[in-house]
Ligand binder design. Structure first.
Ligand SMILES: [Zn+2]
Length: 296
């Protein structure tokens, strides 16, 4: 019995065959699926699915990459939606600096730039950011980051207010994400979903009583480092997920991913730890049952 803790079942990828997708999950022993909202509208759809299917639950929130399109006030609708009994956490929220405007520009020019370098004066200079357009792009980076940070903090505040935990999305923004979460230590717990960091980074968040969760990346040829981390973190400190429709595990890599593949993720981690699938299933299920508000 496994819990798929991170799916995007409201995405159009699942529109035509969701019944089959859910049946295959059940057959694979994935008995509960948490579908994650990425905007207010997507959160509404997630709740709709949770109403329709008894083994689906919803997490509601606004994803950082939606920051620029997000409505002025997302908290009023999220607070309202959170009253629904099938809502088990808030998110996904966090920071994502992968597609900063300056990085897009650098790519266009064929210059390699590491995300954490973006925005600094030195980097701007090195890239010869000098035209009006360039300077505008750098200003844009700042605005984009602060919009993400504000949305993130507002959702963390709402989580504290409602006594819910939070699904965290972090990409190329590790330090800023932890800095924002620091004041919320002991007030809420977060799960750093699709964890791809080092063992040190995992321990850093586990020490703050947060969790990590692993996707099909643990099955990838180039996923050895993440697989090692999944083999070493304490058994009661992580959960399993697919992040479907993305990140289908081997041997389905490149195809549409689906919740049934949570089993492959769990099997891979079990093999890496030298324990049974049942052991991983039991521990991750208990961890998810404590983290998400399934009953009220
Ligand atoms: Zn996601």
């Amino acid at each position: 019995m496994l819990i798929e803790t991170h799916a995007h079942l409201d995405y159009p990828d699942f529109a035509s065959d969701l019944d089959d997708v859910i049946r295959r999950a059940t057959e694979a022993g994935v008995t509960r699926i948490i579908t994650i909202g990425t905007s207010v509208e997507s959160s509404r759809r997630a709740i709709g699915l949770a109403e329709k299917y008894p083994n689906i639950y919803a997490v509601i929130g606004v994803h950082p990459t939606y920051a620029s399109e997000a409505e002025e006030d997302v908290i009023t609708p999220l607070r309202e939606l959170a009253k629904h009994p099938r809502v088990v956490a808030l998110g996904e929220t966090g920071l994502d600096y992968h597609e900063l405007p300056s990085i897009a520009l650098a790519k266009k020019r064929g210059t390699h730039v590491f995300p954490h370098q973006a925005l600094t004066q030195a980097v701007a200079k090195a890239l010869q950011y000098s035209t009006e357009e360039d300077i505008e792009v750098v200003i844009h980076d700042g605005a984009y980051k602060s919009k993400q940070a504000s949305l993130f903090e507002q959702q963390l505040d709402l989580a504290v207010e409602l006594g819910l935990n939070v699904v965290i999305h972090q990409r190329d923004a590790w330090d800023d994400t932890l800095k924002i979460m620091k004041p919320y230590t002991d007030k809420l717990r977060g799960v750093f979903h699709c964890f791809g960091g080092t063992l040190e980074q995992a321990n850093e968040v586990l020490d703050l009583d947060h969790l990590v969760s692993f996707t099909g990346i643990v099955t990838f040829k180039n996923g050895a480092a993440v697989r090692d981390v999944a083999a070493q973190v304490p058994l009661w400190k992580f959960m399993v997920e697919t992040d479907c429709p993305y990140l289908a595990p081997v041997p389905f890599r490149g195809k549409r991913c689906e919740p049934a593949h949570t089993r492959i993720v769990a099997e891979t981690i079990a093999a890496a730890r030298g324990i049974s699938l049942e052991d991983v299933a039991e521990a991750t299920t208990e961890t998810a049952e404590k983290f998400f508000r399934f009953h009220r």
